[in-house]
Design a protein. Structure first.
Length: 254
């Protein structure tokens, strides 16, 4: 009787272990790629997945977006400027079967593709584009990496260049260039202001030449402005029109 109970207990225990080994519970963002005797059955989940003990093998795959830090890469731009660039990529698995069957380690493979693409694309751009046109470069990188990882069931959604490191000597040269550019713009603005002021003075001179009374009004206004200043010496400019009667009288017959 004891041997029968012991045998029954062993059978029940083995059945429980077999049931536990054959049942898998997957979350909403997980899929199970099932192989039966080495042959691909398909992707299952989410929820409860039943497996045949000792026959089926399951590989769990996450469908959530994953972050991939691309290590810093030494790049030489097309204008022969050395730079050190690092980036970050976001990708997710859209085909669980391809991500397991077509590639051994899809995360490592995506990282290697991202590194080589980063060096190739940025090596064709100049330093100005690398610093000021990051959005276009990010889109170009994303398209190229996504095309190469598509057969593996990987969708690369975003690639962002995080930091661009350039030599200190190049940074000083860029600072000098920026300062020279600001000085040039200041001189251009000042010259433009002088040109506009000369145009306005020319218009004012034309108006005064047509109406002599405006010159006298301007003279009176200048005297008023000078009288308001605190100065020990006051110089009054006299217009030549005031001396014309005397000059005409002196030139007459004696």
């Amino acid at each position: 009787m004891t041997a029968v109970l012991l045998s029954l207990f062993i059978v029940i225990l083995l059945a429980a272990l077999a049931a536990a080994a054959s049942v898998r519970i997957l979350r909403e963002y997980e899929r199970a790629v099932v192989f039966r005797l080495g042959r691909l059955i398909g992707a299952k989940g989410p929820g409860v997945v039943l497996l045949v003990p000792l026959i089926d093998r399951m590989v769990r795959v996450s469908l959530r977006t994953q972050t991939l830090n691309i290590p810093a890469q030494d790049v030489i731009t097309c204008d022969n400027v050395p730079a050190r660039v690092d980036a970050v990529a976001y990708f997710r698995v859209v085909d669980p079967r391809s991500s397991i069957v077509e590639i051994e380690n899809f995360r490592q493979a995506t990282s290697m593709i991202a590194q080589t693409t980063l060096r190739a694309v940025l090596g064709k751009a100049d330093l100005d584009a690398l610093l000021s046109q990051r959005e276009q470069l990010n889109e170009h990188l994303q398209q190229i990496i996504d095309e190469q990882t598509e057969p593996w069931g990987i969708k690369v959604t975003t690639v962002e260049i995080r930091d661009v490191g350039i030599p200190s000597a190049m940074q000083r040269a860029m600072a000098k260039q920026a300062e020279a550019e600001r000085e040039r713009r200041a001189k251009v603005i000042a010259a433009e202001g002088e040109f506009q002021a000369s145009e306005r003075l020319k218009d004012a001179a034309n108006v005064m030449s047509e109406n002599p009374i405006t010159l006298q009004l301007r003279f009176l206004q200048t005297m008023l402005e000078m009288s308001s200043e605190r100065s020990s010496t006051l110089i009054l400019p006299l217009p030549l029109e005031l001396f014309k009667p005397f000059m005409s009288g002196s030139n007459g017959p004696s």
